[in-house]
Design a protein around this ligand. Structure first.
Ligand SMILES: [Zn+2]
Length: 64
């Protein structure tokens, strides 16, 4: 007798394209720089970098 195995992996996180850009925290040099990098990346069509910057901006409360 073999038991069917079920694989319960972690939920897959899909990037939300219509998500609003996170705002930089006031007075945070790291956030200010991320916004500049993000704007430049967006102008150049580098969406990977744009999304990376947004992830870091959201992580501001955890530090960056
Ligand atoms: Zn910050």
């Amino acid at each position: 007798m073999t038991e069917p195995k079920t694989y319960c992996g972690p939920p897959v996180e899909l990037p939300l394209r219509l998500e609003r850009d996170p705002a930089p925290a006031e007075g945070c040099a790291g956030c200010a720089e991320l916004v500049q990098v993000r704007d430049r990346a967006r102008a150049g069509g580098d969406w990977t970098t744009v999304s990376d910057c947004n992830i870091f901006l959201r992580r501001h409360p955890e530090g960056h």
